[in-house]
Design a protein. Structure first.
Length: 221
């Protein structure tokens, strides 16, 4: 069965999406907006409990990759090109899980989402004033990737530290991050036609100002 995009768009009318590059402030902004306006908060990978239980290798092979891991060292030592491919294809495979979960959550409440749904899909299922793109310079998205305390990134860092040559593994992993946050992918987001906020690497705390801009774009104020 195929559900047409105009039907999906109707049922997602209470959902506001934030996407973009790493270290652009997406997670922080989503949480701040949820707190400010009493919206339901859906942080990064909010759908993973369901997708882990439901995804099958014949339909969602990349979402099933972690299930087949016998050693997480294999995860951090993959070729950078394979890491890039896996990241973006996992986002595409996960889009269906995101949409299904959001429809069930947004019946009578506004929802704010840190999403991995590709921008070409967002164009089909949402409106301009329900999507914001947040971007950061590649130097920030790569070099500061582990400067955060969230458990997922700290777990990856601990795996790298346990490898035989952690410095070489870290360099390999960062090359993958650089591909994921390459100029090509940056331009795809920047030229998507959606409202865009670019994070400046100047050390100034702009969180409140960024929230104000995106809240205004979303029509929340």
């Amino acid at each position: 069965m195929i559900i047409e995009n105009n039907i999906i768009k109707h049922y997602l009318k209470n959902v506001y999406f934030i996407t973009g590059t790493a270290y652009a402030g997406k997670s922080t902004t989503v949480k701040m907006l949820a707190d400010r306006y009493g919206m339901l908060f859906c942080g990064e990978n909010y759908h993973i409990e369901v997708s882990d239980a439901v995804a099958t290798p014949d339909v969602q092979p990349d979402l099933c990759y972690r299930k087949t891991l016998t050693d997480w060292k294999d995860f951090v030592t993959r070729p950078p090109e394979e890491y890039e491919r896996w990241i973006y294809n996992s986002g595409r495979e996960g889009a269906g899980f995101e949409v299904a979960q959001l429809i069930s959550l947004a019946r009578d409440k506004k929802v704010i989402v840190d999403t991995n749904i590709p921008v070409d899909v967002l164009k089909e299922i949402s409106e301009y004033d329900h999507v914001a793109v947040m971007l950061s310079p590649q130097s920030m998205s790569v070099e500061r990737f582990f400067d955060r305390s969230d458990p997922e990134k700290q777990f990856i860092l601990s795996v790298i530290d346990r490898c035989d040559d952690p410095e070489a593994v870290m360099e390999n992993y960062k090359r993958g991050l650089a591909l994921i946050n390459s100029q090509e992918h940056y331009d795809e987001l920047a030229n998507s036609g959606f409202f865009t906020v670019v994070r400046e690497d100047n050390g100034v705390d702009m969180r409140e100002e960024v929230c104000d801009k995106i809240a205004k774009h979303f029509g929340l104020i």
